[in-house]
Ligand binder design. Structure first.
Ligand code: PLP
Length: 494
């Protein structure tokens, strides 16, 4: 297996190179040129393993230039002791045939930990193979959760520096405090005046700017990415869909007719991983793409036209406040039958006009695989309230979008197959909105809200949230979005 660029298939690299580099030089994203097919016997064997074993089993296909020992060490390092549950991705049952895949038991209480606890190991192992002793500089644009998860993963990792950009007013207070208080000697956190798309575009621009690239080289450094444009972020996400399938089989769900997967979606990374799991043999029926009021993907799935020229809304599910879903590019590559010219043309339309329309063939494939819907903040709050009343289960604002959209799917299609809903964050990360959904009581501040939420719902406060109350703020710099280049130089002192 090798990795090719979505915009130019003649660019072929090893897994180590794809991960160390993050993005291809012409701006395309790296994708495997073939996928393994897992058989019934594979799934039986995987079922018998713990999460670490499962991750090893699945990831060795994608890391074929790593030794078995290297894969094992990476996975062990990532998933030993860093999650509050023995299984980093356990399932809770929410009514008949509805499974919630809880992906927030890691150190930052969001699903990004599943990938970002592992990525530093993958990256340092890769860099040893291909980077000739250069220091790796990780640039991250975040809508809130990636930033903290990447900071936790990379803090004090030798030979790395990490710089995180987040939209100053576009993250929850808890997310902001999590990042601003980050410990570690190699971490840098910069707020920017703008939204997530500004941060993401700025980072992408820096990645492909040859002047700054050379400046780094002069200092024996090179960039890489911890965003989901990096293949090393996506591969670990495939694991939890394989693992969830095995767990559903084990608990006796009837999956003979397949099962649906619902994903609260922003940058399209998580749902893309579910698609890859399907491609590898996990019997996924529909991939249900749930959006908040920034419903650019809903419209795309319904019409085949992607158009980011629309109002941007700041919602109570901020990690999905995105109008440019960067991983859709990988999906377009799949849908077009690996047509790099087609992908390059569509991405070109996106950057010059802010929109593109896919061909009828591509649209037909898209429609057969995906179903998309959205919900607004009011519906999100109602879903949290109703789910708590009906099942005593507390959803965060992002997962609530998924549950709401799933209910719409079921009402429209009458499809009652078993379903897996990806739960992407702990409710305590978005405490104000969640508390106001389930109770009239309000605390005096963010952490008082945490205590009140715990008391009224009888749920446990995750320790990373509790510990935050006394954390020291270390980072307060705010940059104009035009000054991200300068910010990078300031942080690296170059
Ligand atoms: C990042 C994030 C999402 C969106 O995931 P994508 O992979 O970007 O689609 C959804 N919910 C939460 C809580 C997140 O942190």
């Amino acid at each position: 297996m090798q990795y090719v660029s979505t915009r130019d298939k003649s660019v072929k690299v090893t897994a180590a190179k794809a991960i160390a580099q993050g993005i291809s030089v012409e701006g395309g994203l790296f994708v495997p040129d073939s996928f393994p097919s897992l058989t019934k016997a594979d799934f039986e064997r995987i079922s018998e393993l713990d999460y670490i074993g499962r991750a090893e089993y699945v990831l060795k296909f994608f890391l074929n230039d790593f030794t078995e020992e290297e894969v094992k060490n990476c996975v062990k390092g990532a998933y030993t002791g860093s999650f509050d549950d023995e299984n980093p991705a356990p399932i809770s049952v929410l009514g008949e045939n509805v499974n919630i895949l809880e992906l927030w038991h890691g150190p930052t209480c969001a699903f990004k930990d599943l990938a970002l606890q592992l990525l530093p190991y993958l990256l340092t192992t890769s860099a040893k193979k291909v980077s000739e002793g250069k220091k790796t500089v990780i640039l991250v644009a975040t809508s809130g959760d990636t930033g903290k998860a990447a900071l936790e993963g990379f803090k004090d990792v030798p030979d790395t520096e990490i710089i995180v950009f987040y939209p100053s007013e576009g993250v929850s207070p808890m997310q902001k405090l999590q990042m601003a208080s980050q410990k570690g000697d190699n971490v840098h956190v910069c707020a920017i005046v703008g939204n997530f798309d500004d941060a993401q575009s700025g980072v992408k621009k820096i990645f492909t700017d040859s002047e700054i690239k050379n400046k780094l080289l002069d200092n024996n450094m090179q960039f890489s990415s911890a965003n989901s444009i990096n293949w090393g972020r996506l591969a670990p996400q495939i694991v939890y869909y394989v693992s969830a399938y095995c767990d559903m089989l084990k608990k006796g769900d009837d999956l003979s007719d397949g099962f649906n997967v619902v994903v609260p979606t922003g940058n399209f990374g998580n749902i893309l991983a579910a698609y890859y799991a399907k491609k590898m043999g996990v019997p996924v029926n529909k991939l249900i793409c749930a959006s908040n009021a920034n419903n650019v993907l809903t419209d795309f799935i319904k019409t085949g036209a992607y158009d980011r020229n629309r109002d941007f809304y700041t919602t109570i599910s901020p990690s999905m406040d995105i109008l440019i879903s960067s991983n859709l590019e990988r999906m377009l590559f799949e849908l077009s039958g690996c047509d790099d010219k087609c992908v390059a043309a569509l991405q070109n339309d996106l950057s010059s006009k802010g929109k593109f329309t896919v061909s009828e063939d591509v649209f037909a494939k898209l429609s057969s695989l995906f179903w998309g819907e959205s919900c607004d903040d009011k519906e999100t709050v109602e879903t949290i309230k109703k789910t708590f009343e009906d099942y005593g289960y507390l959803l965060d604002t992002h997962t609530a979008v998924a549950v709401n959209v799933y209910n719409k799917y079921k009402a429209e299609t009458k499809d009652s197959r078993p379903t897996l809903i990806a739960s992407t964050a702990s409710p305590y990360k978005f405490v104000k909105s969640v508390l106001s959904a389930v109770s009239k009581e309000q605390g005096s501040d963010e952490f008082d809200n945490v205590r009140v939420l715990s008391a009224v719902t009888n749920t446990e406060i995750p320790s990373p949230i509790a510990e935050l109350e006394n954390a020291q703020v270390r980072f307060e710099d705010i940059y104009a979005k035009e000054d991200m280049y300068k910010a990078v130089c300031d942080c690296l002192k170059i």
